[in-house]
Design a protein around this ligand. Structure first.
Ligand SMILES: Cc1ncc(COP(=O)(O)O)c(C=O)c1O
Length: 477
């Protein structure tokens, strides 16, 4: 490996050094990196695992390796404080939200928020004031929260604003305007940027949200960056947010036995971005652009969503979103065909298909995708279809009880015919994108019940419903 990268990444160095030395551990983890003695399969899974305590650092954390690595990340992203999580953006969202206020306080939350933000509302008892996304008429995509939508809720005096940027489809709000408006009321802005870890490291990408003045940034290192599964980064400015409170909340909700590999991967990714981010992302953007042009050359209609479809800087150019409806085919059928030729995609619904590309992909990988994709598209192509705004973006929620009340309420299952006007105890979301069509405490309407059934019939997985068949709904008694 690159010795320079290792030298500049203390956790990555500690991880590699562990395996270069030899210690006899009478400590956890119970596999002792020797599980191959018990079973080769089990060994293949666990023998490269070391913990933070007694692995990346001494049991008493005397070397401060994690703190050093977190400080390097804070410096790179221009934050006062950084924490590495092994629990994904899920944990970082929950920890940050928990730190914001007291049960009953109101926070403005983008309705496009991930499930983890809703679970954070249960944990924290904070009451959401939903911010509805603006929908782009041409693409049917959510294009973020408008300034007027934020202004509408400010008079209800939220203690913080929680946004999800970029969206699953790569679109972004006008963040400088939103942040400046919230700050003019001294309200902190926390941004779940789970899909924006690469932002800010190439001049053709949107800036990352700390550069735009946000108070907190949460991102998954395993999504658009080459980190270990469930590795995530939390970055915070201390002006409007209480760093001690965030530290307390982070530790309260994180495992006491963090695995070393995810932590070392965050550190290694940080070092990679710092030293070669511009070069690697430049190559990726070049490959994506060539791939899209090569596919597009076969069709008269626009195949992919492009940055030019949105206001400047409001779309992630690294996102590959195929407009299945423009080719008159179903994104879900296309996914099935691609699976047959061993291509996996990140998301498919009726109108769209998302390919996640990262700096780990090579020009050959894109060529392979092009060679397999083009013939399938040609064979399935039909007359273009108008886009139907996905259910996740179009439901207007009706309040029945707080998210927390609904979580702890006595509940029962009712048949579809009896579900209308009842208060849902479940969060129900087509997955991906995992955005709630109904949140706990909201009223089940015809649009929701029939819309979920239609989405399921179209082949989208409906997540989190207690009865995944959707024959019954779990409602508050
Ligand atoms: C917007 C958003 N936030 C948070 C998460 C949770 O991230 P993780 O899987 O790292 O816990 C996801 C996962 O898909 C997401 O899409």
């Amino acid at each position: 490996m690159n010795p320079e990268l290792r030298h500049s990444a203390p956790l990555l160095d500690a991880y590699l050094s562990y395996f270069e030395g030899s210690k006899t551990a009478f400590t956890i983890p119970g596999h002792k990196q020797k599980a191959h003695r018990l079973d080769p399969g089990l060994g293949a899974v666990v023998d490269s695992d070391i913990p933070l305590y007694g692995g990346l650092d001494e049991i008493k954390l005397t070397k401060g390796t994690l703190r050093k690595a977190e400080e390097l990340a804070a410096t790179l992203w221009g934050a006062d404080y950084a924490r590495f999580s092994t629990g994904g953006s899920t944990h970082a969202n929950q920890a940050t939200t928990l730190s914001l206020g007291k049960p009953g306080d109101k926070i403005a939350v983008a309705r496009t928020a991930h499930r983890s933000v809703l679970s954070a509302l249960v944990l924290s008892g904070l009451e959401p004031i939903w911010l509805a996304p603006e929908i782009d008429q041409a693409s049917g995509f959510p294009i973020g929260i408008s300034l007027s939508e934020l202004e509408r809720v400010l008079e209800q005096k939220p203690i913080a604003v929680l946004l999800t940027e970029p969206s699953y489809l790569g679109t972004l709000s006008d963040l400088p305007a939103l942040i400046s408006k919230a700050h003019s009321h001294s309200i902190p802005v926390v941004i779940d940027a789970a899909w924006g870890g690469h932002f800010g490291f190439h001049s053709d990408l949107p800036k990352h949200v700390m550069q735009l003045g946000a108070d907190a940034l949460i991102t998954s290192i395993h999504k658009t960056l080459p980190g270990y599964s469930a590795s995530a980064l939390l970055l915070v400015q201390g002006k409007l947010l209480n760093l001690n409170q965030i530290e307390q909340s982070f530790e309260t909700t994180h495992t006491t036995s963090p695995a070393g590999a995810p932590l070392a991967s965050i550190d290694g990714t940080r070092a990679l971005l710092e030293t070669r981010g511009e070069e690697l992302i430049g190559t990726l953007l070049g490959n994506i652009s060539e791939f899209k042009s090569a596919v597009q050359a076969n069709f008269d209609v626009q195949v992919f969503i492009e940055a030019k479809d949105f206001p400047t800087g409001r779309f992630d150019p690294a996102k590959i979103v195929l407009k299945a409806n423009a080719l008159g085919l179903s994104g879900i059928d296309l996914e099935t065909e691609l699976q047959k030729v061993n291509i996996r995609v990140e998301m498919a619904d009726q109108d769209t298909l998302v390919f996640l590309a990262t700096i780990a992909d090579s020009a050959e990988d894109f060529k392979d995708l092009e060679n397999k994709l083009v013939p399938i598209l040609k064979s399935l192509q039909g007359p273009a279809r108008q886009t139907q705004t996905s259910l996740s973006w179009s439901v207007v929620p009706t309040y029945g009880a707080s998210v927390r009340e609904a979580f702890f309420a006595d509940t029962e299952f009712v048949k579809v015919a009896d579900a209308f006007a009842r208060i849902s105890a479940d969060l129900i979301a087509p997955y991906p994108p995992g955005v709630a069509v109904v949140a706990p405490g909201e009223v089940l309407t015809e649009q929701i019940v029939y819309g979920l059934a239609a989405t399921k019939t179209a082949g989208v997985r409906i997540a989190y419903a207690s009865d995944s068949t959707l024959e019954t709904f779990r409602v508050i008694k």
